[in-house]
Design a binder for this molecule. Structure first.
Ligand SMILES: Cc1cc2nc3c(=O)[nH]c(=O)nc-3n(C[C@H](O)[C@H](O)[C@H](O)COP(=O)(O)O)c2cc1C
Length: 375
């Protein structure tokens, strides 16, 4: 290995003693390979096996905690105990070659698909119409909110029983937890909405419930992480100032890491703070002594990963890059970094084990994945 990449391959120890063998994390990605009932398919297991041999940690794609949480179709399920054997297959496949396995747990809220979820079951913090669509989500009642918080805890117990090393609470990408934090989608005036402290109540209650279940059920050290998206475009919407308040509150919880969901690791704040640094650097500065950060976003080459690591952020996640090159880490460790592929070609689908539904999306969404012009 080229010695300059050594820092990427150093192990990382979490405060509970769990050790990742290096600093590279497989970002959570829904790759649409689960069966209709949410159980894993052979293709999904093959995908995860092929992406788990080099990295230190694998965070799975979004996993539903209740039947009406579905957004994509083909996502994983942890909404009932029947799913435990299937989740166990997945955890075993990820851990086979030494990666730590983290199950990302989520509820889609207003983003749930009307093709997958009955209309009356599409829920959110408030009944705010979706832009350009006729879907108006139903505002959750107090009793339902408490049930959803409990469902996050129940899914955590299932992840523990299935042998995962941790769960990641998906508070990012506009899904239900973010919908409670956002002043755009949360117009409530009860204990779950109003001022920013009340908008934080649901995310923090989910964190407390998950940490409590982990403490009660895990017989070995178990990681609890939280993923968040720093800002929203809409006004009203989450500003960088709001995010820093949430990050500060999360850093006082007993979380093992925060995962900052961005498409560009180096993107700068849109509004809410007078600061010329990147969002990632600002967040890192706020919490660095308190909780480790996973950074992500358009990191393709080992030089780019190294530069991101040098910002101080201790763990670097790769998403699209690991779909394109499953052997990214091995190529770095073997000194073959020049062989790392950073583009797809149009005949890569089978070779890379990409599901039809995802492949169609990739080739029909301009700019999402880098695609070379050759067959
Ligand atoms: C196919 C695909 C599926 C994704 N699914 C999820 C998901 O289930 N949960 C999540 O938090 N982020 C998801 N993401 C976002 C990624 O985790 C990551 O934040 C984003 O792709 C930016 O990282 P990258 O530039 O390394 O790809 C997905 C991204 C892709 C490309």
């Amino acid at each position: 290995m080229n010695r300059k990449y050594q820092p990427l391959m150093e192990s990382f120890r979490f405060k509970n003693g769990i050790q990742a063998k290096n600093r590279i994390v497989h970002a959570p990605m829904t790759i649409s390979y689960s069966k209709q009932d949410g159980t894993v398919s052979d293709e999904l297991i093959a995908y995860y096996e092929s992406r788990s041999h080099g990295v230190g940690i694998v965070v799975t794609g979004s996993t539903i905690i209740t039947p009406n949480a579905k957004v994509f179709g083909g996502e994983l399920a942890a909404d009932r105990d029947d799913m435990i054997p299937s989740l166990q297959r997945l955890a075993t496949a990820i851990k086979k070659r030494g990666a730590k396995a983290i199950l990302q747990i989520f509820h889609g809220g207003r983003e749930s698909s009307p093709e997958l979820v009955p209309f009356s079951e599409i829920v959110s913090a408030s009944a705010v119409a979706k832009e350009g669509l006729s879907v108006i989500p139903r505002a959750l009642q107090e009793k339902e909110i408490v049930e959803i918080i409990r469902a996050f805890g129940d899914s955590t117990r299932r992840a523990i029983e299935a042998g995962f090393d941790g769960v990641e609470i998906h508070g990012a990408n506009r899904f239900l937890i973010q919908q409670f934090f956002s002043p755009y989608t949360n117009r409530r005036d009860d204990r779950w909405g109003g001022n920013i402290d009340k908008r934080m109540a649901f995310p923090l209650a989910v964190v407390d419930a998950v940490i409590k279940v982990a403490a009660e059920h895990a017989k070995q050290p178990f990681l609890v992480g939280y993923r968040l998206s720093p800002e929203e475009e809409s006004t009203p919407g989450i500003t960088m100032a709001d995010t820093l308040k949430l990050v500060d509150a999360l850093a006082y919880k007993d979380l093992d890491y925060l995962h900052v969901s961005l498409m560009d690791f180096w993107s700068k704040p849109r509004r809410g703070v007078e600061d010329n640094r990147s969002r990632m650097e600002i967040i890192y500065e706020l919490v660095k002594q308190r909780v480790p950060i996973i950074g992500v976003g358009s990191i393709r080459t080992p030089d780019e990963a190294l530069k991101a690591l040098q910002s101080g952020v201790p763990l670097i996640a790769l998403g699209r890059e690991l779909i394109i090159d499953p052997d990214w880490v091995e190529k770095v460790t073997l000194g073959k970094e020049n062989e790392i592929r950073t583009e797809l070609t149009l005949n890569d689908q089978e070779k890379l084990g990409i599901a039809d539904s995802l492949w169609l999306k990739i080739i029909n969404t301009p700019g999402w994945f880098p695609i070379a012009n050759k067959m």
